[in-house]
Structures are given as C-alpha cells and as structure tokens.
Design a protein around this ligand. Structure first.
Ligand SMILES: NC(=O)c1ccc[n+]([C@@H]2O[C@H](COP(=O)([O-])OP(=O)(O)OC[C@H]3O[C@@H](n4cnc5c(N)ncnc54)[C@H](O)[C@@H]3O)[C@@H](O)[C@H]2O)c1
Length: 312
C-alpha cells in the first residue's frame, strides 16, 4: 500500500509541498483548502505533470476531510502569511482559529497521523495542534529549524565560496528573531567555521539568518517564502516516510530537556517512522543556553496569550 500525505492549505507552501512529494514519489497526496476549486484545480494540474515528470502517484484536491482519512502524515500550512512590516507573531490569533479548525478535522479522520506544522507563528501553532489533537509529542512536529538552518548554510556557502552541501550546521530555538544559530558547532566538512571566517562576518550572517524570512517578504511584498519552506517540510516528511532517521532541528514539545518544560522549541531530533524518535540534548555553553532561554521565553509569551484565549 502506498503511503498517504495530506497537505492542509493549498497556497504557496502547501502546493509546493505537494509538488515536491510527487516529484520524489513519496506518497499519494491529498490537498485540502477552504477555498472552493483551488485544491481541486491545483491537484489536477499537479497530476497532469506526472506523465512529463515521470511520477506515478495519486493527487487529489478537496474542501472536505473525508478523502484525507488515514493519512500517514498531515502537513498543516493553512493560514495567513506575513506581509511587509508584519512579524510572525502578528498572525497569532487569526492562525490559531485556522489551525484549531484544521486539526480537529485531521485528528478525527487520521487519528494515527504524524503532524508536521508549518503555519506561523510556528511554535505556538504546534502547541495549538497538540492541544486540539491530543496526539503525543512524538507525532506533533514543527518545521522551522530545517529552513532556518538551510538559510544559514546558504549564506555561509556564499561567503566561503564552497558547496552548501559541505556546510554542517544547526539553528535551534523558536522560529523568530530570537532563533539560535549554533556558531560553535558549525563546520565545513569538519573544519570549524570559526577558523574560516572572521567573527564580524559570522555575526553579520547570523543576523541575516535571523531576518531570512523578512528578507523574502520584503522582496515579494504580497506574501512570504515558499520554495525553501516546502523543501524543508518535505525533507522532514521523507525522513519519516522512509524511516531514514535523519537528525534535523525541529520544533518539539520539551519536557525538561534543556531545562525547558511544556513549550515547543527547535532542538535536534531524530525523525523516523514513529515521528520524533529521540530528542538530543546537547551541552550548550552558558551564553548559548541564555540565548535558547530567551528564545523559549518569546515562545512562552505567545502560548500564554493562547492559554487565555482557550479559557475564554
Ligand atoms: N514554519 C516556517 O518556517 C514557515 C515558512 C513559510 C511559511 N510559513 C507559514 O505557512 C503559512 C502558509 O503560507 P503560504 O505562503 O502558503 O500562504 P498562502 O496564503 O499562499 O496559503 C495559505 C492557504 O491556507 C488556506 N486556508 C486558510 N484557512 C484555511 C482553513 N481553515 N482550512 C484550510 N485551508 C485554509 C488559504 O485559503 C490559502 O490557500 C503561513 O502562516 C506562513 O507564515 C511558515
């Protein structure tokens, strides 16, 4: 039996997730959106690329959740994206309602699915999905770290004029301005980054990484990034579907690791058939730990707003 992935939200990120899954022949895809005709049209269009691109998978688009039943993975991209001048946090209350509504349907039709959240503000949306679905932490995972790390690796590769494939790095923390690129552990094929670039250049790249999403929003003006975000979400889905056990920075509910409890924060995890199969707790220096705490604090502020809203 072929695997099944539902992508909720047939917008820029969602449609590109569907395309990448199809081109890698990872699973049959069901695209869901609230707008009538959009998932159907995009689904059919994607299906028709099959004969040319050489993939044989099923792709359907729908406005209801019955066809999504028993999905192995559900990638949630539904919701508003940023416009220039907006922070990810400005999306909080609107996207809370969207993710809540989607997750209720997903949990009802695919009670055993693994959820990959993409909608912003990412860490708060993971919390929402977990609370609404009642799924264990192994099956509620947020995509941010893979994207933030890809941006960091890209900028470093550009500065060093080397292949981005050779840049090993990890960006931890929440998906926001307080994310934590781990410079100390960044290397190029094992050569420490600190031996390759002066500190001021590294600092400038760290700042550009933190603003990587805003840089794209500023260019696009009408929305936010989607090619790299869809690539990142699909790398996570692929590791799960093929049980590759890749170690990828992902937002996961911490239960005391790094001294943080009950918050979704980006840390290195092993992604395999069961979802999150291990949370790696690496030894951080005092200043790295302080940065991670600050980032977790920013996530907590949003969760506190949602907790109040959930009570009301
Ligand atoms: N985590 C990350 O790193 C990351 C990266 C990029 C984008 N994002 C976020 O992903 C989300 C989607 O971005 P996009 O560029 O695809 O936006 P988009 O506007 O192109 O697409 C969003 C889609 O969601 C649909 N939608 C809205 N409410 C829905 C509902 N209740 N059920 C089903 N579908 C619904 C809309 O109709 C639209 O088609 C945004 O919140 C954005 O901020 C996150």
């Amino acid at each position: 039996m072929r695997k099944k992935v539902t992508v909720v939200g047939a917008g820029n990120v969602g449609a590109n997730c569907a395309l990448r899954i199809a081109e890698k022949e990872l699973a049959d895809v069901v695209l869901v959106d609230v707008v009538e005709g959009v998932p159907q049209g995009k689904g059919l269009d994607l299906l028709k690329s099959g004969p040319v691109q050489g993939y044989d998978i099923g792709i359907t688009g729908t406005n209801d959740y019955a066809p999504t039943a028993n999905s192995d993975i559900v990638i949630i991209t539904a919701g508003l994206a940023r416009k220039p001048g907006m922070s990810r946090d400005d999306l909080l209350l609107a996207n809370y309602e969207v993710v809540k509504a989607c997750t209720e349907q997903v949990a009802k039709h695919s009670p055993n699915a693994i959820l990959i959240l993409v909608t912003n503000p990412l860490d708060a949306m993971c919390w929402t999905a977990m609370r609404v679905s009642g799924f264990p932490r192994e099956r509620v995972i947020g995509m941010a770290g893979v994207l933030d790390t890809a941006r960091y690796r890209t900028f470093l590769a550009e500065a060093l004029q080397v292949s981005a494939q050779n840049v090993q790095a990890m960006v931890l923390g929440g998906h926001g301005d307080t994310m934590v690129p781990l410079v100390r552990l960044t290397s190029v094929s094992g050569i420490p980054l600190t031996e390759l670039l002066p500190q001021d250049q590294i600092d400038a790249i760290v700042t550009r990484t933190r603003n990587g999403g805003a840089e794209i929003v500023k260019h696009l003006k009408t929305g936010s990034a989607y090619y790299a975000p869809s690539a990142a979400a699909v790398e996570m889905a692929e590791s799960i579907l093929k049980d590759q056990k890749k170690v990828l920075p992902s937002a996961v509910l911490l239960q005391g690791e790094y001294g943080i409890k009950d918050l979704f924060v980006g840390v290195p995890v092993k992604l395999g058939a069961k979802g999150v199969e291990k949370v790696y707790e690496i030894k951080l220096t005092e200043s790295e730990k302080a940065e991670l705490d600050k980032s977790a604090g920013a996530v907590k502020e949003l969760i506190d707003v949602l907790k109040e809203k959930a009570k009301a």
